[in-house]
Design a protein. Structure first.
Length: 282
């Protein structure tokens, strides 16, 4: 049975992180290696690393590192991103299969095309240098200055990628919603999926962030809430459309929850996996 993975937070060390993933019986999980407050990249001990890897290969096919929001690949004034270099070093140590990246933002709308070209240059360098990791560009939530808030940005980017088959995409349901796409109504969902097919190809979508929010469409506000929470916008029917869409057969699904108790995490994962069972059966 297909199951839904989870974004996890490192609270103390990598061993606790991966043991929790095993305990929750996750098919995959995603995590940051850079502290969002300090900007420091984790530095695991040799023992911590050995234990992590011993669990990693027994229990998980895919492992997703989410790059830091501090990395802005669309900055037209720089070609070198030292934080990404440090994160890549950790990703290889942990033998991650994928890195999820927000492309970044430009300062003015006049820089938009230059910003997309800047992202393409970095991606061309990365896919040549790091063939064992697949890079997934994620759609974003923050309006016209953010690369990927409009799906057409990815189409232009792909035309500048030397080996486009090496690039994958991550689609976040909340990001699409707050960026202005109607993914709630049946008609809107159909239009959105047609756009994805035309602009990037559904086979290039390797990960879906199955998220929920109380924020209105076109709010450009990336704040997640729990599945089933009062005031949630996407609701069961919308999320199940993504889950049950067989055109997304190349994608894994995971959810990014706000900070809640492990008991509540388990409850929500049970709900999502029940929905997945309803979509696909045993």
């Amino acid at each position: 049975m297909r199951k839904v993975g989870l974004h996890q937070r490192i609270t103390s060390n990598l061993t606790e992180l991966i043991k929790k993933a095993v305990h929750l019986k996750l098919p995959c999980f995603q995590f940051f290696v850079t502290d969002r407050k300090t900007g420091k990249v984790i530095n695991p001990t040799s023992q911590d690393l050995r234990t992590f890897l011993s669990y990693r290969w027994i229990n998980f096919n895919n492992l997703y590192l989410h790059s830091s929001y501090l990395i802005n690949l669309a900055d037209i004034k720089r070609d070198y991103h030292p934080l990404l270099v440090r994160e890549l070093r950790i990703a290889k140590m942990l033998e991650c299969s994928h890195i999820v990246i927000h492309p970044g933002t430009v300062r003015t709308i006049d820089e938009k095309n230059e910003g997309i070209d800047a992202v393409a240059r970095v991606m061309n360098y990365l896919i040549k240098r790091e063939p064992d990791i697949q890079f997934l560009l994620e759609n974003t939530a923050f309006g016209q200055l953010a690369i990927g808030s409009t799906i057409e940005d990815f189409h232009r980017l792909l035309t500048n990628i030397n080996k486009p088959d090496k690039i994958g995409f991550c689609i976040d349901t909340v990001h699409a919603h707050v960026a202005g796409y109607d993914v709630v109504s049946e008609e809107g969902y159909s239009i959105f999926m047609t756009l994805l097919e035309k602009m990037i190809g559904l086979e290039r979508i390797k990960l879906v962030h199955l998220n929920e929010t109380r924020q209105e469409r076109c709010s450009y506000c990336d704040v997640h809430c729990c599945i089933g929470e009062k005031g949630a916008q996407l609701k069961e029917l919308s999320l199940k459309r993504f889950m049950g869409d067989k055109r997304l057969g190349a994608a894994e699904f995971l959810t990014e929850l706000p900070e809640i108790s492990e008991e509540d995490e388990c409850r929500i994962m049970d709900i999502l996996n029940t929905w997945m069972l309803q979509c696909y059966g045993e």
